[in-house]
Ligand binder design. Structure first.
Ligand code: GLC
Ligand code: CA
Length: 569
């Protein structure tokens, strides 16, 4: 690819504002808190931040439920604070992207307040309203049997007009009707407003769901009351018209990047429709395929978690090779909706915590695609130990917890199992130091902090040259500034050792130079046969050892390297 763009060469960092840093000590992270931590982000070396929503919101879903797209929620600060943040970030060469939430609003948004008033309200058609159905006994039923992502059905009954509105997330997040041209115009205005304020682009939230299938029941077999047939509102053809419209009317004329969240059901073929440059829609998408390559849906508790390396390789390989040369890619381990990667795939509470965090970083950050670190990942933060339902904040978890408990599930067992995948794992407070509340706030924090903040925190890792944090800094430096940078950003990707159960290894090739990435991603030693390359330079490693790739190797648990090699011996 010869059309270089700043966003192909950027190293991103995602900030969950609520949990990042609380500058005014009211217990909630805020915009000023981010501004105060910009020196830290420069020290880390990233040059792009994605800030999670800070729009005015009743916070049913921590701000993804927007009440006013033009206002900053007062818990996060003011519009002025945001402008300062953008200006200060730009001074440091850090670009800023924010969430653009197109699929839904809060039920407290003025459009919805109007919409629900009457069937002939001018805003009625901004949302998706359908009359009830009735069974043979005359009981009222939803317009379709489709499930919602957050538990229960995807329709909510509204007495006032005796109709249901669609909500594929929480009942406080009604879906917008994208067939309505006024809705489209409103969203163009919203996007341009923030671009004109200086943001460098967007992470488009839940973008795969803008178009809905005709409202007929799903006949997908299920044991649940509502059918989790996500295809009814995911990756449907019509939404590409909406995105082409957004590109043309909202995004053109700005030097921006747009990354869409396309979720679990999206195939590589879908991604090409979203992000191949000739489609003129998005610049890249986040897929979820590598997020569940372990047994977290069946494990009883965290002691049973086990990474599935072949599955993980297959998932990454699909996207690394399927998009190469055709569309740009985005890479990440986790975001605010995923468990902490060291717990999920590494050795979170064992002696190999640090080394596993580093090996995971090596495996990911030398692939091609714009990388995003999620705040706290760079110090190896882990899932907390949730004890009771009171420890959870996430509307999705809480909704599903009560549905399960009503159906007779044992609460303790449910928490031990379901907390392996809960979104709250990633939302505990950022661990800045070993002081009060991990240095996040001097007030009363809105959420839990992981007890391990006394040993896992930014301050102590800054001082330790062998820390995970300093390892991440090296990776970022290599990827953004070193002579290897072009190989990592623009080189091709080829998986090797495909069948190996423990090893993730791949080659990157660019203009006659090659990198070999070789990682043991398991807790056990792994044997690798000699490789047919000449070692030129050891670029990075998780252990202080020399490696000889020309004889049979035994890699210790989480031993991982980036090596420059020549292909002929
Ligand atoms: C996306 C966000 C998630 C949010 C949902 C609804 O999946 O990442 O946090 O709950 O969209 O906006
Ligand atoms: Ca605050």
């Amino acid at each position: 690819m010869n059309n270089n763009k700043w966003w192909k060469e950027a190293f991103g960092y995602q900030i969950y504002i609520r949990s990042f840093y609380d500058a005014n000590n009211d217990g909630i992270g805020d915009l000023q808190g981010i501004t105060e931590k910009l020196p830290y982000l420069s020290y880390l070396g990233v040059n792009l931040i994605w800030i999670c929503p800070f729009y005015k919101s009743p916070m049913d879903d921590n701000g993804y439920d927007v009440m006013d797209f033009y206002a900053v929620d007062k818990t996060y600060g003011t519009l002025e604070d945001f402008k300062v943040l953008v200006e200060e970030a730009h001074k440091r060469g850090i670009r800023v992207i924010i969430d653009l939430i197109l699929n839904h609003t809060s039920d407290e948004h003025s459009w919805f307040i109007e919409s629900r008033k009457s069937k002939d309200n001018p805003y009625r058609d901004y949302y998706i309203w359908r009359p009830p159905r009735y069974d043979e006994l005359g009981n009222r039923k939803e317009p379709t049997n489709w499930a919602s992502f957050f538990g229960g059905g995807c329709w909510e009954y509204d007495e006032q007009t005796d109709e249901y509105y669609m909500k594929i997330f929480s009942k406080k997040m009604p879906d917008l009707n994208w067939e309505n041209h006024q809705v489209q115009e409103e969203m163009v205005k919203v996007a341009k407003y923030w671009l004109d304020l200086g943001v460098d682009g967007f992470r488009v939230d839940a973008v795969a769901h803008l178009a809905k299938a005709p409202f007929v029941d799903s006949d997908m077999p299920t044991n649940y009351r509502y059918t989790p047939d996500w295809g009814r509102f995911s990756n449907l053809p019509k939404l590409h018209e909406y995105l082409k419209m957004m590109r043309k009317k909202a995004f053109s004329g700005y030097d921006l990047m747009v990354v869409g969240e396309v979720g679990g059901g999206a195939l590589v073929e879908d991604a090409l429709k979203y992000s191949a440059p000739e489609e003129e829609e998005l610049d890249m998408v986040f897929n979820f395929d590598h997020n569940w390559c372990n047994n977290s849906w069946s494990a009883k508790d965290r002691t049973e978690l086990k990474i599935n390396v072949p599955h993980l390789k297959e998932m990454f390989d699909k996207w690394q090779t399927g998009l190469f040369g055709k569309a740009w890619n985005a890479i990440y381990w986790l975001n605010h909706d995923q468990p902490r990667v060291v717990t999920h795939y590494g050795d979170d509470e064992g002696p190999l915590h640090d080394r596993s965090a580093k090996a995971l970083a090596v495996a990911l950050y030398f692939m091609w695609g714009t990388p995003f670190i999620y705040n706290g990942e760079e110090i190896g933060m882990t899932n907390p130990h949730f004890k009771s339902i009171a420890d959870f904040q996430d509307v999705s978890f809480i909704t599903q917890y009560y549905l399960n408990i009503q159906n007779g599930t044992d609460p303790e067992a449910y928490i031990a199992h379901a907390s392996l995948s809960t979104r709250d794992n990633a939302r505990t407070l950022m661990q800045w130091n070993d002081g009060l509340h991990g240095g996040f706030t001097k007030g009363t924090p809105w959420n839990l902090i992981n007890e391990n903040y006394r040993t896992i925190n930014v301050e102590s890792q800054i001082k330790d040259p062998n820390s995970i944090l300093n390892f991440y800094r090296k990776i970022i430096e290599i990827r953004t500034k070193s002579p290897f940078r072009n190989i990592i950003i623009y080189g091709s990707y080829e998986l090797i050792e495909k069948e190996h159960n423990q090893i993730y290894a791949y080659l990157r090739r660019f203009e006659g130079r090659n990198l070999l990435v070789l990682c043991n991603l398991t807790k056990e030693a792994a044997t690798v046969d000699k490789l047919p390359y000449t070692l030129e330079e050891r670029v990075l490693g998780t252990m202080d050892k020399q490696i000889n790739i020309n004889k049979k190797m035994v890699l210790e648990p989480y031993e991982a390297y980036v090596l420059e090699i020549k292909e002929e011996i």
